[in-house]
Design a protein around this ligand. Structure first.
Ligand SMILES: C[S@@+](CC[C@H](N)C(=O)[O-])C[C@H]1O[C@@H](n2cnc3c(N)ncnc32)[C@H](O)[C@@H]1O
Length: 350
């Protein structure tokens, strides 16, 4: 019997395999992490190191197999292995706890998001939005029906960027002559709080779907700011607060596809007064060179809800399709730019 001759390796194959192995290692680490979450390992670990045999008992797994998983989790920094048979928390496993963990860590590792990424190829082939293919309903319907998921998402959005960044954005929004501002798709109101804090004479409206506005920040519910804030439930594809001076939308449009962006902007134009201003706060694809994250975020918006990140030119085109007039684009000193538009006409039928 003749032995097969191996194909000659191309000069680049070693490098290529290293590159692919890095991706495969990351994918295996991701799978190990998902298993750890499914087994509730971050929640079951205690403050003192635990024996792998005890963790196996608590997770209903075999100790030898669990030790294999623990070894990979240790390499990925998810848990810390002490000797051969003890395991303890790391900052990552603490962040991943259901209670007392970090909402952003829970969000980026959520299994209900992971399964949506698993339908990416089907989505790219035009079979639907990956999240809807995985869950048989749109992302925002899922949040409405799953309060724990809604809290994970909205808490992560609120805490994910950091208050310093939000404050820089709030400082850049031009509110000359404005007495009212509506934060459309404002989530729990992080940006609205920052804007109201800087502008004591301003009255605010937090406008979002029910799953978002059921857990607004405390500053909008109790105290001085609450007295000048109205919290309103609504779908901007159908309605918007009437006659407000400034309509603010941060990261709302990147979750929507182009027709829904045009529908939302048209709804706002029809509700607005002639002198109203519409201010979009978005990470633009023009800035991809500086912000590598924007490419991943863009694909994630498709996976979740059919949205994407856009360029300034694309936003200007959407504004025009909605009958609005582009006014200016302003850097904020953050990865976000402000895109301001004005109302052309509020005459019926436009
Ligand atoms: C990425 S979050 C941004 C939240 C907030 N603007 C911020 O920057 O912290 C997108 C928000 O848009 C809201 N949203 C999506 N579709 C909406 C709709 N049709 N009507 C109103 N709000 C909507 C979501 O509920 C969510 O709070």
């Amino acid at each position: 019997m003749t032995r097969a001759t191996p194909l000659p390796a191309s000069p680049a194959s070693g490098q290529l395999n290293t590159q692919l192995l890095a991706l495969v290692t990351a994918a295996a680490g991701w799978a190990a992490l998902q298993a750890a979450l499914a087994l509730k390992i971050p929640d079951l670990l205690e403050e003192t190191p635990m024996r792998v045999t005890e963790l196996a008992e608590r997770t209903g797994t075999g100790p030898a197999r669990l030790a294999q998983l623990v070894a990979v989790l240790h390499q990925a920094g998810i848990v810390h292995r002490v000797g051969d048979d003890l395991v303890e928390h790391t900052a990552a496993s603490r962040a991943l706890r259901r209670t007392g963990g970090d909402p952003s860590a829970r969000w980026i590792t959520a299994d209900w998001i992971a399964v949506a990424w698993g339908r990416l190829a089907d989505g790219l082939r035009g079979h639907g939005i990956p999240f809807e293919l995985a869950h048989q309903r749109p992302f925002f319907d899922y949040l409405a029906e799953t309060p724990a998921a809604a809290d994970t998402f909205h808490n992560a959005v609120t805490r994910g960027r950091g208050s310093a960044l939000t404050d820089m954005i709030a400082a850049t929004v031009d509110l000359t002559g404005a007495t009212t501002l509506a934060d459309i798709g404002g989530g729990q109101g992080e940006l609205l709080v920052a804007v109201l804090a800087r502008n004591p004479g301003l009255a605010g409206i937090l406008f979002d779907l029910p799953a978002a506005v059921r857990s607004p920040l405390a500053a909008l519910v109790i105290g001085e700011m609450a007295a000048r804030t109205e919290i309103r439930t609504g779908d901007v594809l159908r309605e918007a607060p009437a006659g407000v001076d400034v309509y603010l939308l941060r990261s709302t449009l990147h979750m929507l596809d182009d027709p829904d962006c045009v529908a939302a902007l048209t709804t706002i134009r029809k509700a607005a007064a002639p002198a109203s201003r519409i201010v979009l706060v978005e990470m633009l694809t023009d800035d991809w060179a500086q912000e590598g994250y924007t490419a991943l975020s863009s694909l994630q918006m498709f996976v979740l809800s059919g949205g994407r990140e856009r360029s300034e030119r694309e936003f200007v085109a959407l504004l025009e399709r909605a009958g609005l007039v582009f006014h200016s684009a302003t850097p904020t000193g953050t990865p976000y730019r402000l895109i301001e538009a004005r109302v052309v006409s509020t005459a019926p039928g436009r």
